[in-house]
Design a protein around this ligand. Sequence first.
Ligand code: PEP
Length: 264
Amino acid sequence: MTRPLIFAANWKMHHGPAETRRFAERFLALNALAENRRLWFFPAAVSIATLAEAFRARRDVAVGAQNVHWEPKGAYTGGISIPMVMEVGARLTLVGHSERRHLFGETDEQVARKTRAALAAGMTPLVCVGETLAERDGGRTEQVIVRQIGAVRQTLDPGDWARVVLAYEPVWAIGTGKNATPDDAAQIHELIRMDLGRNGVTVRFPILYGGSVNTGNVASLLTRPQIDGVLVGGASLDPDKWAELVETGSRAKVRPSGGFTSVE
Ligand code: PEP
């Protein structure tokens, strides 16, 4: 079996249920099931049920939440819990997206709690890490990534990583049109694996790259064996463009053999 490529779409605060239905109809008309890839969608919470229903017959598609609380219920006005999003069809959740960290003040500790809670509930967390421009310019990229991952690692058992997916998303590349070069991204992915390996995490799990991925750069990123897929914001909002990006990326390379338990 070849390792499937992962194409993850983060819709942020776009597409309510009606727009989501239109997206799904058009995308399904353009995109056929392929065994060598997985398509993950992270719509707004109100659109999860619509999207999960629209893709019910597609075993290569999974729908996720963009954010969850670590508590299953309680007095957290505006919050949304893991059981709630699972009830309407979410099987994954983003955790620690840079917009949550930097616009909403989410801490490393909260990211770790959410990751743990997702795993405990049987959900796949897609944990995002990445440095800001100031941290990169200050030569602190490695330090920041190791710190962000370390916070999660300390709350998990090494074997738990078989059910985790990571995304390296340099903050300076998100929504800016500037993407990390394939070499730079591959180097950080290696750094992540080395750091985890030094700390007893030897299971192979997917690491995605995110940050201004588009049809023009997706193939060159995915030709790096270190990059297992992409997490895409802006270029995932239009069904025609997203279908094209998925096709272009899928042709990028023959995947090494072996699977991931986090990717059914
Ligand atoms: C993202 O939101 O995770 C992202 C990578 O956005 P964009 O593709 O628009 O840079």
